[in-house]
Design a protein around this ligand. Structure first.
Ligand code: ARG
Length: 461
């Protein structure tokens, strides 16, 4: 069957097709503010260096301000015939101020222009994302303070392993997000150099001042090599890599929230704000927001893959392939922003069920390691032997259908006669967690201190 939309387009001939494949205005219009800022900095530099007359530079700046207002009020007419945001703005500038507009593109090419715009855009996004990660860290650290001694089972292989505290679990994510944040900070610092003035690829014969335009745009310095300046997109890749790792962290936390909210677990209740009901099953409370955060990792990692593959094997310097750098970034970074905001909201609203968590923390022989450690510490048994004795006691408890701390002392002594009443002091989940006082351990007093330290550090950042 003929697809009327595309069929019609193909029938329209090569001009229409070329416009379809070539035009980027539909997505790069998002760079209008960066493009205007870059042009203003360039025009001011051209005037300061005597390359264009000062009054032309002033006309250019005023015209660009008008264009920015037009775009922001929605009255600007974008044209696909003009390909991209750079030509759309320049054409409108010519309409507004006449021949002076033609001086703006002196000593510049769209190649250094687009690289500049894109760096400015990503730099802004990284700054916002970093703030948002900080907000999520704060939400988690606040939960950790409130739940420094809330017991929950810690898992390995998704099997009950040892009791931990919910606060400790929250702080594990704070650590991950702190590293995500520092990856964003690193990426920002590395990308904060100006490509402007690299021109098409070789630099220019005009006496430009690249330091000046770089400084005006908040860049630390101009990029050292004009070929590199127009042809690498590693700053976008690095930002997408940082975003992907953060999305993976978010996805893992989201998955845990989904699990905690199931009725067999019942560890936490999701707020109405971040769940939905079912149209058919009245009892349902679906963790939609957590599921969507979990899934955002797919498109964010996809964006990184897409751009890696676009860049792979491209000869220096610019090729039009690089126009394909934008859509993945325009999708991925705002997606991460949304996921971070939703996760911070979910974490703030999350109500852990202390009873259910504590009960589960004591199940599954979660204190078996504590028993083995007691045998080592008090009886001087080698750990391997203690492990074996504990295994026999766990088997006994399984037969009796009892928890370890529910077995009578006499049963424990049947396996190892030297065991005394004192062993019961380590068999409860609470005592187990409280005894984990090694650096970085789950003991409530360490968790409380770590959470408070994080909150103080976040206040300063
Ligand atoms: N729209 C183009 C891009 O996004 C701008 C650069 C065009 N440069 C060129 N030599 N055709 O990459």
């Amino acid at each position: 069957m003929k697809n009327s939309m595309w069929g019609g387009r193909f029938a329209a001939g090569p001009d229409a097709l070329m416009e379809d494949i070539n035009a980027s205005i539909d997505f790069d219009k998002r760079l209008y503010a960066q493009d205007i800022a870059g042009s203003k900095a360039h025009a001011a530099m051209l005037a300061a260096t005597g390359i264009i007359p000062q009054d032309d530079a002033e006309r250019i700046a005023a015209g660009l301000d008008t264009i920015q207002a037009e775009i922001e009020s929605g009255s600007f007419e974008f044209s696909r015939k003009l390909e991209d945001i750079h030509m759309n703005i320049e054409a409108r500038l010519a309409e507004l101020i006449g021949p002076a507009a033609g001086r703006l593109h002196t000593a510049r090419s769209r190649n250094d222009q687009v690289a500049t715009d894109f760096r400015l855009y990503i730099r802004d996004r990284l700054d916002e994302l970093s703030d948002q990660v900080g907000d999520l860290m704060r939400a988690l650290a606040e939960k950790a303070v409130a739940h420094a001694d809330t017991l929950m089972p810690g898992f390995t292989h998704m099997q009950t392993a040892q009791p931990v505290t919910f606060g400790h679990h929250c702080l594990a994510y704070v650590e991950m997000f702190a590293r995500d944040r520092s990856r964003m900070t690193d990426a920002r610092a590395r990308m904060n150099e100006s490509p402007l003035g690299a021109a098409a690829l070789a630099g220019t014969s005009f006496p430009i001042d690249r330091e000046m335009s770089a400084k005006a745009l908040g860049f630390a310095r101009p990029m050292r090599n004009s070929l590199d300046a127009v042809s690498d997109r590693d700053f976008a890749l690095e930002s997408l890599a940082a975003a992907s790792i953060s999305a993976v962290h978010l996805s893992r936390l989201a998955e845990e929230i989904v699990i905690w909210a199931t009725s067999p677990f019942g560890f936490a209740r999701l707020s109405d704000s971040f769940s939905t009901g079912s149209s058919i099953m009245p009892q349902k409370r679906n963790p939609d927001a957590a599921e969507l955060v979990r899934s955002k990792a797919g498109r964010i990692i996809g964006a990184l893959q897409a751009l890696l593959v676009v860049m792979k094997g491209l000869p220096l310097a610019y090729s039009k392939d690089m126009q394909e750098d934008k859509e993945p970034v325009f999708d991925a970074l705002p997606s991460l922003s949304l996921a971070l905001a939703a996760m911070a909201g979910m974490v703030r609203d999350l109500e852990p069920n202390r009873q259910a968590m504590a009960a589960a923390a004591g199940q599954g022989y979660s204190t078996a390691t504590d028993l083995a450690d007691w045998l080592v510490r008090v009886l001087g048994m080698p750990f391997r032997e203690a492990h074996h004795v504990t295994g026999a006691i766990v088997a006994l408890a399984e037969q009796a259908g009892a928890a370890l701390d529910e077995l009578p002392l006499s049963s424990l002594q049947d396996v190892e006669p030297r065991i005394t009443e004192d062993v019961f002091s380590v068999l409860s989940a609470g005592n187990s967690a409280a005894s984990r006082t090694s650096f970085g351990g789950t003991a409530p007093k360490l968790v409380r201190r770590a959470a408070e330290d994080w909150l103080k550090a976040l206040d300063k950042s």
